[in-house]
Ligand binder design. Structure first.
Ligand SMILES: CC(C)(COP(=O)(O)OP(=O)(O)OC[C@H]1O[C@@H](n2cnc3c(N)ncnc32)[C@H](O)[C@@H]1OP(=O)(O)O)[C@@H](O)C(=O)NCCC(=O)NCCS
Length: 222
């Protein structure tokens, strides 16, 4: 357990524990970074045998992916696609993508992107297969496929800077920080703050809302 905490980071482990104890409908609070992935990463030099990267097709694959990444409910107002890494018919890696809008319901936030842009969320690799390049390859597959369809696509995601594994993995893929943000929600009241980094015209349209279920806070992604 201690090695797991050391790898994940104490701050992030405490946040996970807190989120397990406090019901989601009641309270959520998070600081996070909004990142852009400018170019699909290079594929890893040590590919795992019998591993396939592709779009999910069957209900069984969606179910396995939801279990692995802890996604209970898919956003209804976004067009969602699922990229998976599959080994022996088991989904071992997951990247969910949403086109143009992504509702971060836990925080009462709504990300609005330009046409052709994608939000990546709930990304995960099964713990028995980590540090073997699965994520890097899955990211490369997903971004390259989307760029084939729409060559001007841009890719965005939010990560918790206390999640050390995630930070390391995304830094290795040369992501660019677009903004740092803080968000808090108590039942239906939500407040947020975003501080864009230079060259990013990212805008939070309102700083607070009394009812984020009806009127979520909108973040305009450039
Ligand atoms: C983050 C996560 C997806 C990375 O998946 P992965 O398949 O292990 O990542 P990769 O093997 O492709 O790593 C690519 C590079 O990222 C870096 N990296 C990844 N995990 C790392 C870790 N735990 N410590 C240090 N560097 C790490 C390394 O530079 C690695 O390249 P290398 O192995 O050649 O040195 C995985 O740890 C995970 O599922 N974590 C739990 C869920 C999560 O935090 N998701 C992110 C939410 S935004």
């Amino acid at each position: 357990m201690f090695s797991k905490i050391r790898e994940t980071g104490l701050g992030y482990s405490l946040q996970i524990l807190f989120n397990r104890v406090v019901p989601c409908r009641l309270f959520r609070c998070r600081r996070f970074l909004i990142l852009e992935l400018p170019e699909p990463p290079q594929t890893a030099s040590r590919p795992l045998p019998d591993l396939v990267y592709r779009w999910a097709e069957t209900a069984e694959e969606f179910q396995q992916a939801q279990q692995l990444s802890g996604v209970n409910k898919l956003p209804s107002d976004s067009q969602v696609r699922l990229a998976i890494a599959v080994k022996n018919q088991q989904v071992i890696g997951v990247i969910w993508t949403a086109a143009e809008v992504f509702p971060e319901s836990e925080l009462g936030l709504h990300y609005e992107m330009r046409p052709g842009n994608f939000w990546f969320f709930s990304t995960c690799v099964h713990q028995d297969h980590r540090r073997r390049g699965v994520y890097r390859n899955l990211f490369a597959f997903t971004a390259n496929q989307l760029r084939i369809e729409i060559p001007t696509s841009r890719f965005w995601l939010a990560i918790n800077p206390d999640n050390q594994r995630s930070m390391q993995a995304h830094l290795a893929m040369r992501v660019r920080p677009a903004a740092r943000a803080f968000s808090i929600r108590v039942t239906r009241m939500a407040k947020a703050r975003t501080t864009p980094y230079e060259n990013y015209q990212l805008k939070l349209l309102r700083k607070g809302t009394w009812n984020c279920w009806k009127n979520p806070l909108r973040v305009k992604i450039p």
